[in-house]
Design a protein around this ligand. Structure first.
Ligand SMILES: Cc1cc2nc3c(=O)[nH]c(=O)nc-3n(C[C@H](O)[C@H](O)[C@H](O)COP(=O)(O)OP(=O)(O)OC[C@H]3O[C@@H](n4cnc5c(N)ncnc54)[C@H](O)[C@@H]3O)c2cc1C
Length: 501
């Protein structure tokens, strides 16, 4: 027999991480856990985090959120991928669309045939064979159940949403199902003897909240995991040099694009995230290469609608906690680590942490093997994301600013080196279990950033030239048919809105 079961869970922080944790644990454990969330309105939340990846739909599905209601409540829009502008060289752009381009044939991936066609002079790019990419560029979207079935489909989608509204929506959901929320600033943390586990937290209002398991969702400060337990932090600035961001909302503009845009700037990159009620913008930059004033001027000069607030500065150190589960504290969200939102991965990493916590859920004995498994698995996911992000910076032809020259010389993490070497050798795409990014993501970013393979798979020669031409043009015809059957993205969103009751 193990130790007694955990009954009291305390979540510290009510940003996206805190309320996602409250939602997931409530849904999975129901009445088995007594869940309390402590948050401080005075401190507030980071207030950014608007672009997601398709796994968010699994999270919303777990909670049983209705998509139309979710889009309306969060002023959300559909995301089919990310458009990277000026990353490879100025004037160039490419998409990292969700979903696979093309269709495999005879056990071989589509891209091997497409590479053969390119060798033979074909000029149609990779994205001409992707339903998601074409729909994104043409501002189209429809749910698969409302359009003609397509052999390339269905579309793969995620969302852009207002992070503050999402946290409020989740809070309503969780409070409605029994989560207790305590308002107050935590001013004291009590630890127990002799193991140093957290026993309770005390707010400025005098509330003492005891727990068996504490989930630290307190943001960058890491109130329990760092300020109390001093777990330590792995700094990854040597690989990803950006350390600041400015965020500013602007008035919404038409068309409402179903993709995030990332535009490379002189010392970093600018995001553009279209929501129904506004556009989210931000400049992620390296303070070594540009002043805050210059970064502000660049951001404000490059908005496509009128700014509706002052730019808000944020500072960060890229990296992760040495242990995201330490003693009886599990850190999620910004308290666990941070990587810039280039591939919109932070909210996903909250979800990944929750999935592992639920699977490895301890009893009050807190067997160290569970924390070790959690830390090992999440470390591997963080590292795989880091390597994918580094690829965007390193594989650039830009030499026009000191920042981009620096990026070209960045050290290559060993995992990335291995993956790029296999790609160069024979167009082999990475497909590793802990890697959030699957072969189609690597394919699009490698191709988009101009990393060409030296060879391709011989099996692509198994069809004749005429068959190759027909195979590729059939796929493009399917893409055209699929996109033509969808409605305009804004029209889709309008169709989801319901009159207030
Ligand atoms: C510039 C930038 C852009 C980003 N863009 C994206 C994106 O596009 N996509 C994406 O997935 N992610 C993005 N992220 C990350 C995303 O914003 C976060 O992962 C997400 O919002 C989770 O934040 P959090 O809940 O961990 O922290 P926070 O939102 O900071 O919440 C912390 C909570 O802890 C509470 N708290 C702190 N101290 C105390 C205390 N002493 N007492 C009581 N309560 C306390 C606060 O009140 C708050 O409720 C971005 C982050 C940054 C910095």
């Amino acid at each position: 027999m193990g130790s007694p079961a955990i009954s009291k869970v305390v979540i510290v922080g009510g940003g996206t991480a805190g309320w996602m944790a409250a939602g997931a644990l409530t849904r999975v454990f129901g009445g088995l856990l007594n869940i309390t969330l402590v948050e401080s309105e005075e401190i507030g939340t980071v207030g950014v985090g608007e672009a997601t990846i398709p796994a968010i739909r699994l999270f919303n599905g777990l909670l049983g959120l209705d998509e139309a209601e979710f889009l309306q409540r969060t002023e959300g829009s559909i995301k089919l991928g990310i458009r990277f502008v000026d990353w490879t060289c100025k004037g160039h752009s490419y998409l990292h669309a969700f979903g696979d381009p093309g269709l495999p044939l005879g056990g071989l991936s589509f891209h091997q045939y497409w590479l053969r066609a390119r060798e033979q002079g074909a000029t149609e790019d990779l994205w001409a064979h992707s339903l998601n990419a074409r729909a994104a560029i043409e501002n189209r979207f429809d749910r698969p159940e409302t359009v003609e079935p397509n052999r390339l489909g269905p579309l793969v989608w995620a969302y852009h949403f207002d992070a503050g509204l999402y946290a409020r929506y989740l809070r309503e959901w969780a409070e409605g199902r029994g989560v207790t929320r305590i308002e107050g600033r935590i001013v004291d943390v009590a630890r127990r003897d002799p193991d140093g586990f957290i026993a309770s937290v005390t707010t400025d209002k005098g509330d003492v909240v005891e727990g068996d398991l504490f989930i630290d969702c307190s943001g960058f400060r890491g109130l329990l995991i760092e300020q109390t337990l001093q777990t330590g932090y792995d700094d990854w600035t040597e690989w990803l040099p950006c350390d600041r961001a400015l965020a500013v909302p602007s008035a919404p503009v038409s068309p409402l694009t179903p993709y995030t845009q990332s535009t490379a700037r002189d010392a970093g990159w600018q995001w553009r995230i279209p929501l129904q009620h506004r556009t989210g913008n931000g400049y992620v930059y390296s303070s070594r290469f540009i002043s805050d004033d210059e970064a502000t001027a660049t951001l404000m000069a490059n908005l496509d609608g009128e700014a509706v607030a002052e730019p808000r500065p944020l500072r960060f150190t890229t990296g992760k906690r040495r242990r995201m589960w330490n003693r009886n504290v599990v850190a999620l969200g910004l308290a666990s680590g941070f990587m810039e939102p280039l591939e919109s991965t932070s909210i996903h990493l909250i979800q990944a942490g929750l999935e592992k916590l639920i699977r490895l859920f301890p009893d009050t004995g807190f067997d160290p093997a569970l924390a070790a498994a959690f830390n090992r698995e999440l470390d591997a996911e963080y590292e795989a994301v880091r390597d994918f992000l580094v690829l965007h910076y390193k594989a650039t032809e830009r030499t026009d600013t000191a920042f981009w020259r620096h990026c070209r010389e960045l050290p290559t993490p060993p995992g990335l080196e291995r993956k790029v070497a296999a790609w160069r050798a024979n167009a082999v795409l990475p497909n590793e279990a802990e890697d959030l990014f699957k072969p189609s993501s690597w394919l699009q970013v490698l191709e988009g950033q101009g990393v060409r393979p030296n060879a391709r798979h011989r099996l692509a020669d198994q069809i004749t030239d005429a068959q190759l031409t027909a195979y590729l043009s059939d796929i493009r015809a399917l893409v055209a048919q699929g996109v033509a059957s969808m409605q305009d993205h804004s029209a889709f969103l309008a169709s989801q809105r319901r009159a207030p009751t």
